[in-house]
Design a protein around this ligand. Structure first.
Ligand code: ATP
Length: 355
């Protein structure tokens, strides 16, 4: 069993920065788990604290039923792949892959065999005698993964594994990584600040802010039902529309227009809330429609098979802009007047920033 359990995990750096703030998190055995969040939220610190490269200031880390909080990295049975891969430039691919086995005092012949076997699994057999400087970024990444795999660790920790690759290679490496993790079934935690990468790869995602976890869920859960306005604004290639709203006569008034209250959420008249809906879950129409918001088109961004259209809402409420995804060929022009209709069951209400 190699579940990872963190309880009240705290890390305060000597300069007083509280990078992890009494964080609780459970990562299941065999899970592909993403740590996501803006720069400085504590993702790397959390990964390094699991690895033992940082010691916790408080709280605990367990791997399976072993308390590892005070153990040095070598005793935790984890392998970490660094953002820059940290390969030894003077060693061949074979020697790089075999290096952790050398540290473990595995004999030379067994090391060579194991390195060749791992290289084969990752399609690196033809490159065994090259040095890192003679490899592409994608190949270097595979060598770093092979080196991590060679010891059969209980846990893989990957720090921004794809960030050094160019856009095309990154997509290819993403698919490769997902397949590899499925096949190996090893509990894997990876850090990313790229929400699309987290959604594409992970079984579950923890969204972090200021050393704390704001939501843990499957990609579908964090995309469809962000637990708070922070996650709502962070997840999605176009962020969720978040607009001030007020309850009047049992209806939700958004920029002067009354909409049905989403999902029969209990509300009180006069209450001020934030109405959330993704641009993908709004339909645009040039004709007046019931339960729709009226606005004037201000920007049309062509994104290939669809456009992202921004409208300034023209109701008698507070000024607000809303974005809607419009399929190719149906885009309006800036200056046009139009209506946007939320799809049933796809709107959310936030009270004091929480769902
Ligand atoms: P990024 O995406 O930019 O890598 P991150 O989410 O991984 O950010 P961390 O690197 O974990 O964030 O940093 C969390 C906080 O701790 C930041 O405020 C950072 O400045 C601080 N920090 C990180 N490492 C140290 C250190 N060795 N000493 C002091 N402060 C540190």
């Amino acid at each position: 069993m190699s579940a990872i359990t963190m309880r009240a995990l705290t890390k305060v750096y000597p300069n007083g920065v509280r990078a992890l703030d009494a964080l609780d998190l459970e990562i299941t055995d065999g899970e592909f788990f993403a740590l996501l969040g803006p720069s400085g939220c504590g993702k790397t610190t959390l990964l390094r604290t699991i690895a033992g490269l940082e010691l916790a200031s408080g709280g605990s880390v367990h791997i399976g039923d072993r308390a590892v909080t005070q153990l040095p990295p070598g005793k935790r049975d984890v392998a970490m792949v660094f953002q820059d891969y940290a390969l030894f430039p003077h060693m061949t691919v074979r020697e790089n892959i075999a290096y952790p086995l050398r540290i473990k005092k595995v004999d030379r012949r067994a090391r060579g065999e194991k390195a060749a076997e791992t290289a084969d699994e990752l399609g690196l057999s033809a490159l065994l005698d090259r040095r890192p400087g003679q490899l592409s970024g994608g190949q270097q990444q595979r060598v770093a993964l092979a080196r991590a795999m060679a010891c059969h660790p209980q846990v893989f920790l990957l720090d921004e594994p794809l960030s050094n690759l160019d856009a095309r290679l990154r997509l290819e490496a993403r698919t490769f990584l997902k397949r590899l993790q499925r096949e190996l079934g090893v509990t894997t935690v990876f850090v990313t600040h790229d929400q699309a990468e987290a959604l594409a790869l992970a079984d579950r995602i923890a969204v972090m802010e200021g050393g704390r976890i704001r939501q843990v869920g499957t990609p579908t859960e964090v995309f469809r039902r962000p637990a708070n306005t922070f996650v709502a604004g962070f997840i999605g290639s176009t962020p969720m529309n978040l607009v001030d709203a007020e309850v009047r006569d049992g209806r939700l008034v958004v920029a002067g227009a009354p909409l049905p209250v989403p999902d029969d959420t209990p509300v009180t008249d006069g209450e001020k809330l934030v109405y959330g809906v993704r641009p993908e879950y709004l339909d645009y129409t040039a004709e007046a429609a019931p339960d729709a918001l009226h606005g004037q088109v201000v920007v049309v961004e062509n994104l290939g098979s669809f456009s992202l259209v921004s409208l300034d809402l023209t109701g008698d409420g507070d000024a607000a802009t809303i974005q809607v995804v419009v399929p190719e060929g149906r885009e309006p022009q800036p200056g046009d007047s139009g209506w946007v209709m939320p799809r049933p069951g796809r709107s959310l209400l936030y009270r004091d920033g929480e769902l």
